[in-house]
Design a protein around this ligand. Structure first.
Ligand SMILES: *[C@@H]1O[C@H](CO)[C@@H](O)[C@H](O)[C@H]1NC(C)=O
Ligand SMILES: *[C@@H]1O[C@H](CO)[C@@H](O)[C@H](O)[C@H]1NC(C)=O
Ligand SMILES: *[C@@H]1O[C@H](CO)[C@@H](O)[C@H](O)[C@H]1NC(C)=O
Length: 140
């Protein structure tokens, strides 16, 4: 019996040591969820409580004839000025991706309507948290 328990312990230990460290997968956020990128959506509320990590994506779905997605600086964001965007994420089909590939604060707005009815979104991009600690293995 004792030998049996030792065997089980050995198996459990082997399993713990071999257990893969879970990868933190990049997330793709659909901006506004079912309301997409549209007027009269509170994007501050949408972003609240979410953590955006380096490598995540923002996915914008919108009416391509009416709106766009521009990155501006803080001043321009606060004043809804789109005359000198830092970057233009508008490509074609009303479906655009903003890769969050820099740890910084992003200021995004709709430039065609000048933040039309609240179409502005700011997110802070952080480094991903360290993966959960696996069982410490001490070697003597
Ligand atoms: C943003 O850009 C505008 C125009 O280029 C400039 O006047 C303003 O000082 C800038 N603000 C910041 C915070 O960089
Ligand atoms: C952004 O890029 C799109 C596609 O290239 C272009 O049609 C549009 O005029 C640009 N908008 C601005 C404000 O630069
Ligand atoms: C981040 O993504 C943008 C848009 O795809 C790209 O132009 C830029 O070079 C990227 N920056 C870095 C630091 O990878």
């Amino acid at each position: 019996m004792a030998r049996f328990i030792v065997l089980i312990e050995a198996v459990v230990l082997a399993f713990l040591v071999a257990a893969p460290v879970p990868e933190v997968a990049a997330k793709k956020y659909l901006v506004g969820d079912k309301k997409f990128w549209n007027p009269n959506v509170d994007y501050t509320t949408w972003a609240k409580g979410k953590h955006f990590y380096l490598g995540d994506w923002l996915y914008f779905v919108y009416y391509r004839d009416q709106y766009n997605i521009l990155e501006v600086n803080k001043t321009d964001y606060e004043r809804c000025i789109s005359d000198h965007p830092i970057r233009n994420y508008t490509h074609c089909c009303g479906r655009d991706i903003v890769p969050l590939n820099v740890t910084k604060q992003y200021y995004l707005l709709d430039g065609r309507g000048g933040c039309f009815h609240g179409m502005k979104l700011t997110v802070t991009v952080e480094n991903p948290p360290p993966p959960p600690k696996s069982a410490p293995v001490k070697r003597h």
